[in-house]
Design a protein around this ligand. Sequence first.
Ligand SMILES: Cc1cc2nc3c(=O)[nH]c(=O)nc-3n(C[C@H](O)[C@H](O)[C@H](O)COP(=O)(O)OP(=O)(O)OC[C@H]3O[C@@H](n4cnc5c(N)ncnc54)[C@H](O)[C@@H]3O)c2cc1C
Length: 330
Amino acid sequence: MNQTHHDIAIIGAGAAGMMAALRGVLNNDKVLLFGGSAKDKKRSRAQWVTKVENIPGYSIYKKGITEPNKETLKFIQEGPFAQNLTHLPSIGVTQIEKTEDGFLLVDSKGESHLAHYIILATGVMDVQPKIEGTIDTIFPYANVQSVDYCIRCDGHHVLGKETAIIGDSGESAGWIAVLLHERYAPPHLSIITDAHEPKYSDELKLLLDHYKIQVITKGLDGIKGDKSTGKLEGFYFCDGTFQPVDFAFVSLGMLVYNELAHGLGAETDERGFVKTNPSGESSISGLYVAGDLRANTKKQIYTAWDTAVDSADDINKKLRLKRRKDVLAS
Ligand SMILES: Cc1cc2nc3c(=O)[nH]c(=O)nc-3n(C[C@H](O)[C@H](O)[C@H](O)COP(=O)(O)OP(=O)(O)OC[C@H]3O[C@@H](n4cnc5c(N)ncnc54)[C@H](O)[C@@H]3O)c2cc1C
C-alpha cells in the first residue's frame, strides 16, 4: 500500500483527465494521475483522435489529444508545481472501494493507493461495424478523413463527397443523414443499415424521401479502397452490388467505460453514462466524473476540458473549506 493520501486521484489521462490534472495541480492540490494500461489506452478515443479541426489552433497536431497532453505534462513537470503531480503513465485502475475519508484504489499492477476524491475520466469508444466478420476491416480507413465517427468534429468533410452513414435499425443514422444534407448537401447520401429494415418515424421517412437519401438494407459485405493511404472508394453488399462512397460516418452507438463507477454503485442513465450534479459529482459522494463518461454532455474535447475544470474546482473548494474549518477550530 502506498501510504500517501492524495487529494485527488484522476483515472484516465485523455482530454478530461489531463485537464483535471492541470487544474488540480495549479489549484495546489496533490494529484495522482493514472494514464491507463496499454489495453485501456488502445480502447480509448484519446488514442485514435488524429487532426482536430474544430478547436482553434489545434490543427497543427497530428494526434490532437496525445501530443498536446505530452506538452502539458512537460509544462507541469518542469514548473513550480511539479511536486503536486504523481503520474503513473502506463497504469490503470481495476477496482475502487469507498473508505471513511475517501477511496482506496487498486491498480493494474496490484498496488493500492488512497485519495480523498476521485475524478473518473475513462471515456467511451464508438462501436465499429463488422465487415467480412471482423471490425478490423474498417480500421485502415478510420480517422484518416475517409471513415469517421463524430459529426461535430468531421461533418464538414462531406462537402462535395459521395457520403454514407453506417447505422443500425434505430433512427440516429437517419437524423445524421438529414443534418448532413441540410448543412452540406453532398452529391449523394445513403444510409447503410445492418441488413434490417430500420424503424423510422413518418417525419423521418418523409424527409429522407424528400432529400433523396437512399436507405440500403442489403448488408455490408466488403470495402473497396486503398488500405495504404486510407482512401475509400465504396462498399460491396451481400447481393453483390456496389455503392461508390468517398466518406462514411459510423453511427452504431458507444461502449461506455463505466465499470469502475458501477463497481461503486454510481447511478447511470439508460445508455450507461454516469449521472452527476452540475459540478460532476456522481450519486457516490466524492466520486466525480468528467469527459465523455459524464451523462448529458457533448462528447467533445472542449466539453471534456470544461467538465474536468468544474470537477477539479469543486473538489478544491471542498478541500479549502475543510482546511478553513480546521484552522478556525485550532
Ligand atoms: C475518431 C475521433 C475523432 C474525434 N475528433 C474530435 C475532434 O476533432 N474534436 C473534438 O472536440 N472531439 C473529437 N473527438 C471526441 C473526443 O475524442 C472525446 O470527446 C474526448 O477524447 C473525451 O475525453 P475523455 O477524457 O472523456 O476520454 P478519452 O480522451 O478517450 O480518455 C480516456 C482515458 O482513460 C484511460 N482509461 C480508460 N480506462 C482506464 C482505467 N481503468 N484506468 C486508468 N485509465 C483508464 C485511457 O487510457 C485514456 O487515457 C473525436 C473522437 C473520435 C473517436
